[in-house]
Design a protein around this ligand. Structure first.
Ligand code: NAP
Length: 237
């Protein structure tokens, strides 16, 4: 494929934890916007059930098994996509967990699990997919972070969650600096969103929660990189 025709082809986005909550809504909005979507889920049956409900009118959504805590699962997913000629242009690191323990009752296992999913998961997927983006000269990486990991806000508790999201913000800056300017790497705080994680009393809908992530996933060539955004506006780390 020549560089010219590459510009024209449909972009492909992979969304981790795409089977529910904000991730599923990001899949819906990206598909409606005309992207090819890979809905990645650690349980492919749940992924397929979610994809059936999408009904975006866009191209069929491809479901892939992907447990971001398992390096082999990440490698296998990247390998299956490469073998079938799918080039991931957009990586949305959405999958996350929300342990609520206060610091003095926080066990090492819970802390480790928060880092494994919320930090190392994105580390593994970035290592698997960003080098090819850099090589092809186009990429967008969106890390679903949280204001609860904000250093300028003293990393408000819960402890493991806040620390893991602060670390994800650091990863965002590091990957952004390592990647060429053609690959935009940003973090987003989706706000407090009505999902299994956010609870039914949260003020924002999933549509509102997905909006800034989808905007970052489709940034133009002169868009920002190495930033942290909420409601499409930069916020402090
Ligand atoms: P959610 O409803 O709890 O969904 C979490 C998703 O992550 C599920 O699809 C889950 O899959 C997946 N997941 C968890 N561990 C995984 C693993 N090891 N491998 C692959 N997938 C895994 O959460 P949400 O509210 O949509 O949140 C999405 C993102 O936004 C998270 O990163 C969260 O921290 C961030 N965020 C949310 C809010 C909020 O108010 N909701 C606020 C700020 C930031 P299963 O279904 O298999 O468990």
């Amino acid at each position: 494929m020549s560089p010219g025709s590459r510009q024209e082809r449909t972009r492909t986005a992979l969304v981790t934890g795409g089977n529910r909550g904000i991730g599923l809504e990001i899949c819906r909005q990206l598909s409606r916007a005309g992207l090819q979507v890979v809905l990645a889920a650690r349980d492919p049956a749940r992924g397929r059930a979610a994809a059936r409900k999408l009904g975006t009118g866009g191209a069929p959504v491809r479901v892939e098994e992907l447990d971001i805590t398992d390096s082999k699962s990440v490698r296998d997913c990247a390998g299956r996509l490469a073998d079938s000629g799918v080039e991931v242009d957009v990586l949305v690191n959405n999958a996350g967990i929300y342990p609520t323990d206060a610091f003095f009752s926080l066990g090492e296992e819970t802390m480790g699990r928060a880092l494994d999913v919320n930090l190392m998961g994105a580390f593994r997927t970035c290592q698997a997919f960003v080098p090819a983006m850099a090589e092809r000269g186009y990429g967008r990486v969106v890390n679903l972070s949280s204001g609860l990991g904000g250093m300028t806000d003293n990393v408000p508790s819960p402890a493991a969650y806040g620390i893991s999201k602060a670390a994800l913000n650091a990863l965002t800056l590091v990957v952004s600096a390592a990647a060429p300017a053609s690959v935009k790497v940003n973090a987003v705080c989706p706000g407090w969103v009505r999902t299994d994680m956010g609870g039914s009393w949260a003020p924002s809908s999933v549509q509102q929660g997905a909006d800034t992530a989808v905007w970052l996933a489709r940034l133009p060539a002169n868009g920002p990189t190495g930033g942290f955004f909420r409601h499409r506006k930069p916020i402090d780390w």
